[in-house]
Structure formats: structure tokens, C-alpha cells
Design a protein around this ligand. Structure first.
Ligand code: PLP
Length: 411
């Protein structure tokens, strides 16, 4: 008899988006005429920037010529892309990152899910609550999280609530933890940390010998000053942090797949005998075994994000979505709904009116306004009573959705 990895069986219920799909399908079966607007899943809808398209076409031609053909890529990415990442995303912000500290990958999802493999089974974990579910579920699969309680919490995870009451800024953990997942700008709340706030986390990690796993997938949406674009803008972070970034939301690469992870060479974890182990080399070894790189064509497309034309087009893309965010923010505010986010991130996090729980508001919004959003509680217990809308739809749909909030939703 073949035994399964029973950690997988511990994962509770349906994946959030599967449950949403089920409810939407049931509604559609009953109301086939309804024109449903989806402001739920965080996927982009606009086409790739033209500069990326042209670069990828050219890269396809390279693959057709024996002189420029490429086989397996380097595990850590091509120099042409790594050099651009270092120059434009780090050096331009006064941060020094070495070429061997960048690992190009097929997504921040896989990297944030896989990174836990580098750490001991008994490592303790803290996550903000609500949270991008991948951090938690990947640790559940690895058997690191203990038991799932009726309160929606794992017994061996430290939850750091982020609610309107603390302005969505998590407090430092009361007990010492090994690994801290931080995501800013945040999915799902759309909120950020200031440089001073992030500094406290770096100090905590240094003092407690912890490691921060910093997900900056939405960095391109930052519009305000004093919001760090990288944790490495904070002094000392090289000794305590790993950073994840992605071209998915920056440049519409959700279907094209390209991201990167920075693991500084100063970052160490320890063996049982107390030997300091360089995590950069450990990840390289892991990737060399389990990952065969991102295709040449896609990396050429990502490189074009940093060209003059590419930058303008990416800016236009981000501006398009952020104009939607503003439409949602202002429209909802005008009907008296409490809204957060949507300034430095494409997510709008709203408090459900009249104290409804997240799923009741989901059903109400679907039934009355035919709009699909994401129940906040799906991101963690502190998301209860909140709801996420995304700015990734078309302008027309976003305007229509806000109009329905004003005219069809009975608040
Ligand atoms: N990190 C966060 C916080 C996200 O919200 C997402 C996608 O929604 C990802 C990572 C996944 O990024 P990628 O498309 O690069 O896998």
C-alpha cells in the first residue's frame, strides 16, 4: 500500500477560489441572464507591454538560428536580465546586490512556497493575518504548522493581526519566531509599511536571529514617498532577509511567468551543530536539483521591462489599474463603505457593511449586484468582516461595478 504525505490531508476544506467558483457557478445556473463582473481573483487583464512582445518575438527568432539558439538556461537566470534587475531595481535605489544574489524564477508563488525547504522542520513561523495563503499552506504541506483549530488557526503558527484597529500594521511577535513572512504592499489589504516601520522588523530579526521572508510582488504599485520598494533599503536587512519580486503584476506576466528572488550572501542559518550555513548557496543547490530555469524567450521579455519604452509601457499599465483602484475607493466611500488600500496596491480592502461576515457579504454582493469579490476571511481569521476587490478589471467593468454598488446594493 502506498502511503500519502498526510500533511496534505491536513489542509482544510476547499481552496478559497474553488469555493468562490462553486458559488458563482451555482448562481449562474439559477440566473443565466446575469451579467457577472469579477473583481475577485488577482489576475491581470491587460495585454503585455509592446516592448516585451517585440523582445519575445526577436527571442523566438534567436531560437530558430543555430548561431543564437539556446538550450537549458542557467539555473539562476541569464546575466542580461540579472544585470538589469540589479541596476534598475536596486542600484537606482542605492542598494547593492551582487549578480550571484539574484535567482530568476518562474514565479513568486513557487519561490515563496519552496523557500521553506531550506529551513529545519522545527522552525517557528509568523504570518500577518490576513495573509497570502501560499505561505501558510506550503508550511502545512511540510508538516511544520501543528494542528488546525476551530478558530481557523494552526497551533504552531504565530498570527500577527492586521486590522483597521492597528491600521493594518502588524505588531512585532511577543514570542521569538524563526521565520517571518511579510508582504508589502500587502495582498489582500493593499496597505504598506513605512521605512521606519520596516526598520523595526529588521531590528527584531537581528536581535532574535530570525529571518524575514519579504514578498514585494506589488512593489511597482507604490505611489507614496517613504514606502520602501525593497527591504534591502533598510540598513542591516542583508543579514536577515530574503526578498521576492515578480514581473506578474508589474508587467502583466501572470501568464508568461517570470519573477526573481534575492538571497544575500550575508544571510545565514545554522546546522544542529551550530555551523553557520550560507542560504544563498543552499538555494542555488536546491534550484540546481529541482528547477531548470526560465525560458530564454521569457527572460528576454522580462529584460524589455527595463528598456526606455518598456518602462513607459509598464507605467501606463500600472496607472491603468491604479485609476480603477481610485474609482473603486471613491465610489465605495461615497456610499459610506469603509475602504482601505488601493493607493499603493491594486487591492481594495473594505469593511463589510452592517457587520456582515465575509461570506454573507459575498453572497449579498453576488445576488444583488452580480459582482464577485473575495471574502476577507479566506485570507485568515482577522480577515473576517472584510472583503477584497481588485483593480485588475477593465475600466468599463470597474465603473459599472461601482455604479451597481451605488444603485443595486441594499446597504
Ligand atoms: N505573492 C503575492 C503576495 C501574490 O499576491 C501573488 C499573486 O497573486 C504572488 C506572490 C504570485 O506571483 P507570481 O505570479 O510571480 O507567482
Amino acid at each position: 500500500m502506498v502511503r500519502v504525505n498526510e500533511n496534505h490531508l491536513k489542509l482544510p476544506g476547499n481552496y478559497l477560489f474553488a469555493e468562490i467558483g462553486k458559488r458563482v457557478n451555482a448562481f449562474k445556473a439559477e440566473h443565466p441572464e446575469a451579467n457577472i463582473i469579477r473583481l475577485g481573483i488577482g489576475d491581470v487583464t491587460r495585454p503585455l507591454p509592446q516592448a516585451c512582445i517585440e523582445a519575445m518575438h526577436k527571442a523566438v527568432d534567436d531560437m530558430a538560428d543555430v548561431k543564437t539558439f539556446k538550450g537549458y538556461p542557467e539555473y539562476e537566470g541569464y546575466d542580461f536580465l540579472i544585470n538589469k534587475i540589479i541596476e534598475c531595481d536596486y542600484k537606482a535605489r542605492g542598494v547593492n546586490i551582487g549578480t550571484d544574489e539574484v535567482f530568476v524564477s518562474d514565479g513568486a508563488k513557487s519561490d515563496t512556497a519552496n523557500i521553506q525547504e531550506l529551513f529545519g522542520q522545527d522552525c517557528t513561523i509568523a504570518v500577518t493575518d490576513p495573509v497570502y495563503p501560499v505561505y501558510v499552506d506550503s508550511n502545512v504541506m511540510a508538516g511544520r504548522t501543528g494542528e488546525y483549530g476551530s478558530d481557523g488557526k494552526w497551533s504552531r503558527i504565530t498570527y500577527l493581526p492586521c486590522t483597521a484597529e492597528n491600521k493594518f500594521v502588524p505588531e512585532l511577535p511577543k514570542e521569538r519566531v524563526d521565520l517571518i513572512y511579510l508582504c508589502f504592499p500587502n495582498n489582500p489589504t493593499g496597505m504598506t509599511l513605512s521605512k521606519d516601520e520596516l526598520k523595526k522588523w529588521v531590528e527584531y530579526a537581528k536581535k532574535n536571529n530570525s529571518i524575514i521572508l519579504y514578498d514585494a510582488a506589488y512593489e511597482a504599485y507604490i505611489s507614496e514617498e517613504n514606502v520602501p520598494h525593497s527591504i534591502f533599503e533598510i540598513e542591516g536587512a542583508r543579514e536577515v532577509a530574503i526578498e521576492f519580486k515578480s514581473f506578474s503584476k508589474t508587467a502583466g506576466f501572470t501568464g508568461t511567468r517570470c519573477a526573481y528572488t534575492i538571497i544575500p550572501k550575508d544571510l545565514k542559518a545554522y546546522s544542529a551543530s551550530g555551523e553557520a550555513i550560507n542560504l544563498n548557496r543552499l538555494w542555488y543547490r536546491r534550484q540546481a536539483t529541482k528547477f531548470n530555469g526560465v525560458s530564454y524567450i521569457v527572460q528576454r521579455g522580462a529584460e524589455a521591462v527595463y528598456s526606455e519604452e518598456g518602462r513607459k509601457q509598464v507605467r501606463a499599465l500600472v496607472d491603468y489599474y491604479m485609476a480603477n483602484a481610485k474609482i473603486i475607493r471613491e465610489g465605495l466611500k461615497s456610499v459610506g463603505i469603509e475602504v482601505y488600500g488601493g493607493v499603493n496596491a491594486p487591492y481594495i480592502w473594505l469593511r463589510t457593511p452592517n457587520g456582515l461576515d465575509s461570506w454573507s457579504f459575498f453572497d449579498k454582493l453576488l445576488n444583488e449586484a452580480n459582482i464577485v469579490g473575495t471574502p476577507g476571511v479566506g485570507f485568515g481569521p482577522s480577515g473576517q468582516g472584510y472583503f477584497r476587490l481588485t483593480a485588475f478589471g477593465s475600466k468599463e467593468n470597474t465603473e459599472e461595478a461601482v455604479n451597481r454598488f451605488k444603485t443595486r446594493l441594499k446597504i
